[in-house]
Design a protein around this ligand. Sequence first.
Ligand code: P53
Length: 479
Amino acid sequence: MTTSLSPDFLWGGACAAHQFEGGWNAGGKGPSVVDVLTAGANGVPRRITETVDPHEFYPNHEAIDFYGHFREDIKLFAEMGLKCFRTSIAWSRIFPQGDELEPNEEGLKFYDEVFDELLKYGIEPVITLSHFEIPLHLARTYGGFRNRKLVEFFERFARVCFERYNGRVKYWMTFNEINNQMNVDNPIFLWTNSGVTIDEGENPQQVLYQTAHNCLLASAKAVAAGHEINPEFQIGAMVAMVPIYPYSCDPEDIMAAEIAGRDRFFFPDVQIRGYYPAYTFKKFECEGLDPGFQDGDEEILRAGKVDYLGFSYYMSNTVKHDADTDPSKSTSGALRNSVENPYIKVSEWGWGIDPQGLRNSLNTFYNRYQIPLFIVENGFGDVDTVQPDGTIDDPARIDYLRNHIAAVKQAVLEDGVDLIGYTPWGIIDLVSFTTGEMKKRYGMIYVDRDNEGNGTMERRKKASFDWYRTVIATDGAEL
Ligand code: P53
């Protein structure tokens, strides 16, 4: 039996504009929803400030300054042998306020240069349109995606990108981890996904579904526009996949896992099938919710079905029907009835290490949807130490990736899953999303920068750099 993946398999690396670019106000860029996120820490949530407060430290403002280092960084990606590179376009570089009619040429030029540099080395860009980078003005003035006006603004932004980068970018995704916002217990998710905050006295589920409906319309309109501009475009949905296991074979636990899973599947169910699943309509009926359907919305959703499903995978969750957990204290997206899984170890940040869960997820998705899948994030956040001789050994990260790639190979070679590629998260160290730390590192390239913003920004290869280069060079045969 063959032990390698196809030579066309897209091995790559993933980042997101706000977590690595820096240059938060360079080249005419406007502030985004993450530019008002302070630094948190392990177990300490980040705060959202009203505006950019000069007395606060905002780790994303400078991040690792890819904005100023992109040629050097892409050269390193090429040396590693990456076949693709996933990043996002910071919406507020292109439309600084979000509601302008004309885009900011300087912002567009930055991505011209980045994409040309990638293509120079034969690295295929894989682009997310919105990875937590909604212009702050749209959040503060319009209330974010709870307002239907944002559908129009997002479609305009998407069209500008599709037209400008047509011929250079083929793989797109609309919204990053669009299903993360289901977690209304942690306000950071709805804020970063959709620029929405919940006011006192509001029913969070009502706000959530109204927002979700507008995001789904925006995604569908963007997909239809992209296919009209270039029918060859591959435009995907992107969801956070955290498979939910029942704690026991108690049928109550099995059903609790099934119900909790709906929050994960609702968005891709709509984006892939083109219509709402039955369980959501029943939920609206039982809880008196109104997502705000208007005439013509069904057609919009049907006309905007995605071509593939991109997803992130870091960990699994386990639920017990009668457990009572406080999810607002968690930075791992824990659910209300989450419990620890006695069979798996967790990282320092409490994220469960479960490679089998990735094979399991690939099968779940492929069984449910039968469309190509793309693992666009997977990785291990860990503390790295530079040795006195300048080397950085990261055996725990190599181990994590090795075991997860082995599970990926089983899903493809034994289970027959159609998988486009694999892009490990934070291929170069970047700012952690949930905590705002630099200390929680994912990279195979180290960046000299700490939690407080000190450091030279020097780049350095970790041991995982050479390891991953061999994995790619052997099409995954040598792990
Ligand atoms: P950090 C939770 C569960 C799965 C994926 O996270 C998640 C999250 C948090 O929303 O998000 C993705 O940096 C996200 C990236 C993020 C990455 O996880 O907190 O798409 O932006 O950096 C890792 O360790």
